[in-house]
Structures are given as structure tokens and as C-alpha cells.
Design a binder for this molecule. Sequence first.
Ligand SMILES: NC(=O)c1ccc[n+]([C@@H]2O[C@H](COP(=O)([O-])OP(=O)(O)OC[C@H]3O[C@@H](n4cnc5c(N)ncnc54)[C@H](O)[C@@H]3O)[C@@H](O)[C@H]2O)c1
Length: 271
Amino acid sequence: MGLVEGKVAIITGAGANIGEACAKMLAKNGASVVVADINMDGAERVAGEINASGSTAIARTVNLAEEASIAALVKAVMARFGRIDILHNNAANTGAAQMTRDASLAEMDAEVWDAAFDINTRGTMLMTKHVAPHMAAGGGGSIINTSSGVSLLGDILNPAYSSSKAAVNALTRNTAAQFGRANIRCNAILPGLVLSPVARAQMTDTQLAMIQRHVLLPRESVADDIAGAVLWLASDLGSFATGQIISIDGGICHHQAHYADMLDMFAGAQG
Ligand SMILES: NC(=O)c1ccc[n+]([C@@H]2O[C@H](COP(=O)([O-])OP(=O)(O)OC[C@H]3O[C@@H](n4cnc5c(N)ncnc54)[C@H](O)[C@@H]3O)[C@@H](O)[C@H]2O)c1
């Protein structure tokens, strides 16, 4: 028996990278998976690979900026499967066109700010709004919101993105509070840097080395690090965890600012 055997899961942004890994992890562990993405080619590829491996998936298009599109997705999933047990709000507005313009607050284009909140925060809220009543009717479920480590910290880049993800943290706690008595859990996962092709393309080698210096564990993060945490929260193993904001980041957001310099100073002390 898989850890999520017989459950139905929607994963947004599952047509690539972290969402793809999470969809495959849930499917491998017994869930019927809805691979939802604005990129239908990606969604169909991922669903096809899951089905070819002997698990169950369907691909569905959704644009998280449009409530009607979200409502249509949820209606189609209910028509196909009759229940929704797991919702993973993974999609975000992370394209280069958005992220490169999300830089200086002094020059912030309000459209860039809104485009971050529209997908990352409002889209997550609307998915929750449309899915939670079905979960409640089915006896409960698990909602997992993908936030980001940058939601906890200040930086010189991407203030719209990090603010929208900080709002996801607050939304997570409010969702847990509002739906807890319906046996719906809601938790957020905060990745550090997972080197998807999209993330890697936006980063120089120097930037990457600077970031890696602050990861406490001696390797880079991979998408399956996030998928493992999603599986735990989606399954009954995580059945008393709700309202939690959980970093899966190799400790990058959880050490003293002087850590890397101290490590150099005391080189060898950690073996
Ligand atoms: N990769 C990282 O290092 C990292 C770090 C921290 C947090 N995260 C978060 O993890 C999640 C996944 O990140 P990723 O690196 O795999 O991102 P990605 O850009 O590779 O994938 C995001 C997916 O969301 C989809 N999407 C974008 N806009 C959409 C919309 N309007 N409607 C529906 N789908 C839409 C895209 O088509 C894409 O498939 C995101 O929430 C991201 O903010 C990623």
C-alpha cells in the first residue's frame, strides 16, 4: 500500500520541475494525480510519464490568474474522480520576464507587484476556496502551499515575490484555522534553492557559489527533497501537523549571518 493510496491529488504547476517531482512522488505512492498547469504541453508530458509508469494521472489546464479557470478545473476533477483529498498549491509566477523586473522597490512597476500576488497568493487562495468545500464534504484533506525561504528574510532582489510568499505563509495559517474542524490540514513548505533549469538560468555561477556557501548540508537541493516533504504532509504520517511553516532548505535560512565567514575562520573544525 502506498502512503496516499486511493487519494485524489491536484498539484498546480506540475508541468515542470518541483511540481513535476511532487506529482510523480504522490502518484508513485498510490494517489490519482491531477497535473494542473497553464503549460498544457508540460502537463501532458508529466501525466503521460506517470501513466506509462503504471500510476494514474490526468493533465488539466488552469490559469491561476482567472477564478473561472480554477472553478472549471475543480469541477472537472470532481466529475472525473468524485473527491479531492490533497491540494498542492505549487505554481508560482517565476518566469524570467517577471523575476528580472521584480528588483528595485524604488522603481517597482505596480503591474509587476500585482503579477506576483495574482498568481502566488490570490491563485493559492482561490484554489483553496474552490477545493476546500469538496474536501470537507469528503471528510477532510491536506492542503500544502509552496512558499519560499525568501518569505522569511529581507534581500535586495525580488521584493514582490518574497512579499507574495510571506502572504502565503499567513494564508496557510488562516486556512488551517478556518478548516481545521473540517479535518482539513494546511501547511506551507519553504524550499531554499532548488536548481531547476528556470532557476539556474536566472543565476550566475558567482551567485550560485555565494548561495551554496550558506547551505549547511554538503550538497545542492533537488526537487525530490520537496516532494518527500509533500508526501509526508499529504499522507496520514503528517495527520497532526497543521498551520506549520516548514523549511526544506538545508538550513540556508536558519543560521547566523556570519556563519560562512566563521566556517572559513575555523576551517577544519567541522571535519
Ligand atoms: N526552484 C527554487 O529554487 C524555489 C525556491 C523556493 C520556492 N520555490 C517555489 O516552488 C514552486 C515551484 O518552483 P519551480 O522552480 O519548480 O518553478 P517553475 O517555474 O519551474 O514551475 C512553475 C510552474 O507553474 C506554472 N505556472 C506559472 N504560472 C501559472 C499560472 N498562472 N497558472 C497555472 N500554472 C502556472 C508554470 O507553467 C510552471 O510549470 C514555486 O511556488 C516557487 O515559488 C522554488
